[in-house]
Design a protein around this ligand. Structure first.
Ligand code: NAP
Ligand code: G4F
Length: 340
């Protein structure tokens, strides 16, 4: 059988890097679509570049989500079987001050790509990285039937991309699916998302590079899973016999405070000694207070189930950040005793 070709936008990001690894293991040829940055930003995919780029199993191309022809030309040339649209301005807090770019990058780009697929390569399956942030103030549990009440420019942009994806499916018969993913984290999470900020800053506190962690509102609740589980779900969504929309979540939620407690407890520390909350810079004009997903549809139809729980995730992230500062868990525990 001919090898499958997959396009991934956002390959340099958390999910893009894990998804690329998964697809390469499954013998796909992966085309990673990345934007030009002033410093080469391929840390998360450096290992697979070494392993697969020379054999042309991984091919990288410069594009920008706001530049239609940069993507269209590649679709015409390589005729991908599957297109995973993961690239986005993905930070909710920052979207309040960069609303226009957020809409352009996250909403209009999905339209650009889908229109290009329709005109040039109708057989290509398309995945849109939709988000639980779209539910906004809708009370939990949230599933595919819940209404959207976005509370940020990011949320609004993702609702637009969600309906764009549905529109191309319903009106033009494209195989275009949405994954509505609840928060998922990993050692590869960006440093300015709350979970990674906590595990990374704690490692820096232990080596004396930071004294306190400054956070915003820690009473909000999130349904956190591990990115490795979620990219497998993303792949399953495009392998399903028909295009559809699926929620991926763990079904359990915790506050940011709970996350702090869990992470600090691994080292026997009391988080309250090291954290300042309600810091103005990290407060948002409007908050999504309570996300808890119901992913029964994905469980039933795709047989998808997350393997990691929150304790596994906290440990994985903390151990990885300790390593960045040459600390083993045992060594970190010894230092922590002196900080008590
Ligand atoms: P991430 O780590 O922030 O990665 C975002 C990716 O998008 C990066 O590769 C980034 O490139 C790229 N990008 C941003 N603007 C671009 C542009 N103008 N042109 C080309 N590429 C651009 O995000 P993630 O956590 O992997 O999330 C992947 C997708 O899932 C995003 O669409 C996100 O909104 C969505 N999502 C994430 C979660 C979650 O909890 N992680 C939940 C639901 C939905 P650079 O590396 O150059 O910045
Ligand atoms: O880690 P966060 O920035 O993630 P948020 O806003 O839930 O967005 C993430 O998940 C979405 C899925 O629901 C994705 F679509 C999106 O791309 C992204 O991956 O913030 C989580 C919570 C918020 O309530 C925030 O206000 O933590 C609160 N928080 C408190 N202090 C903080 C901080 N968030 C950040 N980033 N930094 C803080 O200092």
């Amino acid at each position: 059988m001919k090898k499958k070709i997959a396009f991934i936008t956002g390959i340099t990001g958390q999910d893009g890097s894990y998804l690329a690894e998964l697809l390469l293991k499954k013998k796909y040829t992966v085309h990673g679509l990345l934007r030009r940055t002033s410093i080469l930003n391929v840390d998360r995919i450096q290992d697979i570049i070494y392993k697969y780029e020379k054999q042309k199993k991984l091919v990288l191309h410069y594009i920008d989500l706001t530049d239609t022809s940069s993507i269209t030309n590649l679709i015409i040339k390589h005729k991908p079987h599957e297109f995973y649209n993961l690239a986005a301005m993905s930070h909710v807090g920052i979207s309040f001050s960069t609303g226009e770019t957020t809409m352009n990058t996250n909403a209009i780009s999905s339209y650009r790509i889908l229109e290009s697929i329709l005109k040039n390569h109708k057989k290509c399956k398309f995945y849109q990285a939709s988000s639980s942030e779209m539910f906004g103030s809708t009370p939990p549990p949230q599933n595919e039937k819940s209404s959207f009440n976005p509370q940020s420019p990011y949320g609004v942009s993702k609702v637009s991309a969600f309906y764009t994806t549905r529109y191309f499916r319903q009106a033009h018969g494209l195989f275009s699916s949405n994954g509505i993913l609840f928060n998922h984290e990993s050692p590869r999470r960006g440093l300015n998302f709350v979970t990674r900020k906590i595990t990374h800053s704690l490692a820096r506190i232990l080596v004396g590079k930071e004294k306190k962690i400054y956070l915003g509102d820690i009473t909000t609740k999130r349904d956190w899973g591990h990115a490795k589980d979620y990219v497998y779900g993303i792949w399953l969504i495009l392998q399903h016999k028909k295009a559809d929309d699926f929620v991926l979540s763990t079904g359990k939620n915790y506050s940011i405070k709970d996350f702090l407690k869990k992470v600090f407890k691994i080292l026997g520390l009391d988080w309250r000694k090291f954290v300042k909350t309600n810091t103005k810079n990290f407060m948002r004009p409007s908050e999504v207070r309570n996300l808890k997903g119901d992913s029964n549809k994905a469980k039933k139809i795709l047989k998808w189930r997350p393997k990691y729980n929150l304790d596994d995730l906290c440990k994985d992230m903390l151990i990885s950040d300790l390593k960045l500062y040459n600390l083993s868990l045992n060594k970190a525990k010894k230092i922590a005793k002196k900080l008590k």
